[in-house]
Design a protein around this ligand. Sequence first.
Ligand SMILES: [Zn+2]
Length: 442
Amino acid sequence: MTRKLIVLMCFLLSVAGISQTYKAIDTADYLQRKEFLKNFTAHNESLIKGLRSKYSGRTGSEMSKIYKEFGTDFENQVKNKDFVFKSEFDAVIKSLVERLRKNNPKVPQDLKILIARDNTPNAYCLADGTFVINMGLYNWMDNEAQVAGVISHELGHKIEDHTLKSVLNIVEQNTLDKSTVQYIKETTDQRSLGRNEKAFDILKNRIYKKSVEKRKLEMQADNLGYVIFKNSDFKKSEFINGLQKLQTFDTISPRELKIETYKKLFDLPKQAFNEKWMKKEDFSLYNYNFYKEKLNKDSLASHPEMEKRIESLKKTFPELNISEESEKPSEAYLALKRTARMEILPNYFHSEDFGLGIYVAMQFLQDSEEEKYYKNWLGKCFSKIYEARKKYNLNRYLDRIEPKNQSESYQQFLNFMWNLSLDEIKNISDYYQANETIVKSK
Ligand SMILES: [Zn+2]
């Protein structure tokens, strides 16, 4: 009996311990942000000036227009606190870049690194040399070598000046049509309305998508990136492992939510669970069987490009065909990975993806991970959903059901959310918000 009690006590202590030791990333970085913006604006202006003197006539003016749009949008993102300016990521990433720089004189000296509040495993380099690394990269990758691989690939783009080349290509081919400009405008407006899609990303994707050169550029960046990577001291095969890992990423986690999880979380003292909430909309209009095969797969991600990139790398660098044991992540890496995982909900909340936040919090709670923490976030997101529902703008924060593009589990979730009445949402929000004050007062 005593032993059982001690075990239970230890368990409780450890759970409480974990919740208490997690310190959210400091966002009181006003000065750093201001300083960064000042430098960025100056840099971008001189970059545009340079472009104007290098490229005359329409090319020059179109290019400066594009870079101005880039700049304004990026500045808005900075003001919107989409980036974190001081965090435990800084030192670790700095030392990682140093490791890459050691035998690679081509790696630029003046890299400024920003951490983005973004759960997608990605990194990119801006024209002025600012390197953006998404938190999601740390959450998704297994070790620092895989992160270094992604950074190397981006350095490949940077060294070859791919962004500039693509922009120039578009301008010269006169493909920057009105629709692209319209697209930027629309997405910028959308964002101010609270959508998470960033004009900057869309423009970037569009530039690359429009370019027939896209795959060629990716492979070039892979090759150059791999040379940088192999000159440093990381395990070579991790470059490929990293690409394979990226291939398995889904924007929405494919982890299935069980019906019991809904019952466990939403059968409240004041509001019993109602089976009607789980009712699914009739989509017989859609040819369901046609999509069934796709839906039954664990993952809806498709990255056909990646296969080809891996193949090409293995062909160019035969040593990549030899499989090695994967590198063990360092303690420092695991700590950052943990931070990135704990920041998933704050990041969704920041980008106002309240519906997605609830879905992901429920997934964590299904696995009984950090219960207090995720119940808090469940309450916070539900209170935002309540506000939105009251103002009739829920569709800004909660996806519509699209049988073609969503897993069955996510569709079930959306049905559940759309089935809840205003009062029911309020009760759930109140219940989990009350839960929050209990946690806080502890
Ligand atoms: Zn790339």
